[in-house]
Design a protein around this ligand. Structure first.
Ligand SMILES: [Zn+2]
Length: 178
């Protein structure tokens, strides 16, 4: 396992390795011509994996981050409904924030989406996660990006590891027309 996540706005070697795990997970996504393949890993401050998710894991509209957050809710004994915010299910966001939980996503969490009402950036904020590590920003192909900006406006630390962008993009070569 890659070890303890970093804590600030600078990416650590462990962050890079965890993000590689998220990119590997993105390869599990069933192919789609109208959505990206994304992987997400939620990691506690001590380096324990709390939850994982990938695009379309449980159904054709699933996003990686919402799948992971729903599993996180299940792990906390809250049941799990994909797309429902943890806050709505009674999880104190500050609790997760205090635990120093980081979510790694191979792509910037969405701010706008057509398929479901709650974008992943909002779900992350509601869940109380305070640190997000991503490989690349969402290109405006299927929806406008902007998730990173929304997260930062809410006080969430967003760390972009551009050195892994090419690898994360390569998983999506077909949908990008590359
Ligand atoms: Zn999303």
């Amino acid at each position: 396992m890659p070890g303890e996540p970093g804590r600030g706005s600078a990416a650590t070697e462990a962050d890079r390795r965890w993000l590689c795990e998220a990119i590997e997970l993105s390869r599990c996504s069933p192919p789609s011509a109208s959505a990206f393949a994304v992987g997400a890993v939620v990691v506690a401050a001590d380096g324990t994996v709390l939850a994982t998710g990938y695009s379309r894991e449980g159904g054709p509209k699933d996003h990686a981050e919402e799948v992971a957050l729903a599993k996180l809710g299940q792990g906390l004994g809250l049941g799990g409904v994909v797309g429902s915010g943890l806050a709505e299910r009674g999880v104190a966001g500050s609790e997760l924030a205090e635990r120093g939980v980081t979510i790694y996503s191979s792509l910037e969490p969405c701010r706008f989406r057509a398929s479901r009402p709650r974008p992943c950036a909002e779900l992350i904020i509601e869940a109380g996660l305070r640190r997000v590590v991503i490989a690349w920003l969402e290109p405006p192909l299927f929806a406008a990006g902007g998730g990173a900006g929304l997260l930062r406006a809410a006080g969430v630390t967003v760390v972009e590891i551009g050195g892994l962008a090419a690898e994360a993009r390569a998983v999506n070569a077909a949908v990008l027309g590359e």
